[in-house]
Structure formats: C-alpha cells, structure tokens
Ligand binder design. Structure first.
Ligand code: TA6
Length: 296
C-alpha cells in the first residue's frame, strides 16, 4: 500500500490532507523536511519519511485496515495498559476512533494532535474518566507524545507504550546499542537477566530493558543508516521481534516480515495495571519517543 499516492479525501491545508487507508481515515502531512501519515483508527502513526530517505517505520502489507482490528506496524498506542495486563491486548486506545483536535504547520515541522475521551465503551473495560492526546510532530525528527489526563475525581493507574516498529534493511546485519544491560525476558518466564550492551538479534526476542540509556541506536549497515531513539516519560524500553515462526503464525504479518522490522518501544511497564503509573485528578502524564536517523 502506497500511502503517498492514495487520493486526497479532503484538504485541510496545502500540506495536510485526509486520505483513506482501507476503511479508516488518516491524515497525511507533507513538509519540506519530512512526510508522515497518522490514522484516526488508534491514533496510529503509519509512516514517517524524512525527505529523500526510506521510511523509518515498518508497516505490514498484510494489515487489515478494516477500521476494527489493530494495525500491524507503525507506532501502535498501547493504553491504558501494556501487553496482556487485561483484555484486549495492549489496551483499547489502538482500536478506538480518535478525533482531530488541532493542527499547525511551521517552517520547522507539522504538528497534528488527535484526541480520545472516555465513553460508555471505554468505561466498560476501564472505568476511569480520562482524556488522551497523541501529538504527532513531523520535521527533521519525529516526535510522538502520548499525553493522558485524569479528568475524574479519583487517582488512577495505567501502563502503556509507544510500540514503534522500525523499518530495517536486514535483521541479520543489525545491532542495537544503548539498551543497558538488564532486562526481563518475556520468553523465559520473565526472568531478570543481564547481557553485554550490544544486541544482535538472531532469534525471537521479547525483552523489557529496565535501565535503557538516554539514546538507543539501531545500527543498520544494509540501509546505510543509524536510527536514533530518545524516549522520555518511560521506565523501560521493550525490544520485540517474533522471528520466522512468530511471523508465520500471525495473519497480519508477511512470513518474511520479521527480517525487516524491529520494535524498540517507549514503555511504562508494570506487571499489573494497579502497579502502573499513578495519575492524580486534574493531572496529566506524558510518554514520548523521538526518532531520527543519520547516514553511517
Ligand atoms: O511489546 C512486545 C509485545 O507485547 C509482544 O509480547 C508481542 O506479543 C507484541 O507486543 C505484539 O502484540 P500484538 O498484541 O500487537 O500482537
């Protein structure tokens, strides 16, 4: 699916337009420094392409884009919980319909803000009044911020993630630095582990790195670039690749999809939602990721 040749449904400005991606509306931004696309389904970033470069995000060609299922690839927004702390997996934000709240374009970047508010549907799974905003800033770097606000009278807790799928040349040639040494291994009964600081991925991986450095770097000699990830508001960085067997078992991922993606996620992790981050009434909390690239 080519997001940049999809016909315009409605133009907001000369460089910000609505398009359809499958059954869902999305907003496409074209800025001299970079282009990007965000779907209203899930406030899901689908693409971020610095001008003259390949996309920094991987998006599965087998995603359903039916306006109901979660999208595979891009940046899923996991809220109000991460992983399988409750059902559905990774929370309801990524399968909810978000609204356009604001947009702005300057010489430096374009900023799109989407919003989601609690309603009867969200109350049924997570009975807390909230407002969430997703800030999508497209310029020389990509900035994505999930801002959650407690608009009720009682504190609540949440876990969550910006579950970034990076677009990489070849998983076999790639290495990652800046993750720190300590991690919880989800493929080994959540056992705490420690390992040397440079990671090469040679089999399925699902790790919660508990002491990531300020800057995580994905070194990609095949595409001749490094991808730099700077997270904030997080307490861990999750690295995930399902490998061949995992990809084959997922209908929304091509069998060889695992070779060209690596998830490096900005996460507020806790084993249960109750042990997650507390947000007091009238307070907000921000979880962010900043993604950029440089030639190698
Ligand atoms: O962030 C890693 C993870 O939680 C993995 O355990 C893996 O299941 C992945 O996310 C994808 O989850 P999904 O619900 O999108 O299939």
């Amino acid at each position: 699916m080519n997001l940049y040749t999809a016909p315009i449904d409605y133009s907001l400005t000369k460089s910000i337009e609505f398009i359809y991606v499958g059954e869902s509306r999305a907003i496409r931004v074209r800025h001299p420094k970079a282009s990007g696309v965000i779907s209203l389904h899930g406030a899901h970033v689908l693409s971020y392409q610095p001008t003259g470069e390949e996309d920094l995000l991987w998006l599965s060609g087998n995603s359903q884009f039916d306006g109901k299922a979660a999208i595979r690839g891009g940046i899923p927004v996991c809220f109000p919980w991460f992983a399988k702390a409750a059902s559905p997996s990774h929370g309801f934000a990524r399968t909810s319909e978000w609204q356009l709240h604001a947009y702005q374009i300057t010489q430096e970047n374009a900023l799109i803000t989407l919003q989601l508010k609690d309603d009867q549907g969200t109350d049924a799974t997570w009975p807390h009044p909230f407002k969430a905003r997703l800030l999508f800033e497209v310029g020389e770097e990509l900035n994505v911020t999930l801002e959650v606000m407690n608009i009720g009278g009682h504190p609540w807790t949440f876990t969550g993630a910006l579950h970034t799928y990076l677009n990489i040349g070849d998983i076999d040639t790639l290495s990652v630095t800046g993750l720190g040494k300590t991690f919880i291994d989800k493929l080994d009964e959540n056992a705490p582990q420690a390992e040397p600081e440079t990671l090469s991925v040679t089999s399925a991986i699902d790790r919660i790195y508990t002491e990531p450095k300020e800057e995580i770097v994905v070194h990609d000699p095949t595409l001749g670039r490094d991808i730099i990830i700077k997270n904030s508001g997080h307490n861990s960085a999750v690295v995930w690749n399902p490998w061949q067997e995992g990809a084959q078992s997922m209908a929304d991922m091509q069998d060889d999809g695992y070779q060209h993606m690596l998830c490096v996620e900005s996460v507020w992790y806790a084993p249960t939602i109750e042990e997650g981050k507390t947000v007091q009434p009238a307070k907000t909390y921000q979880l962010s990721t900043n993604i950029s690239s440089r030639p190698r």
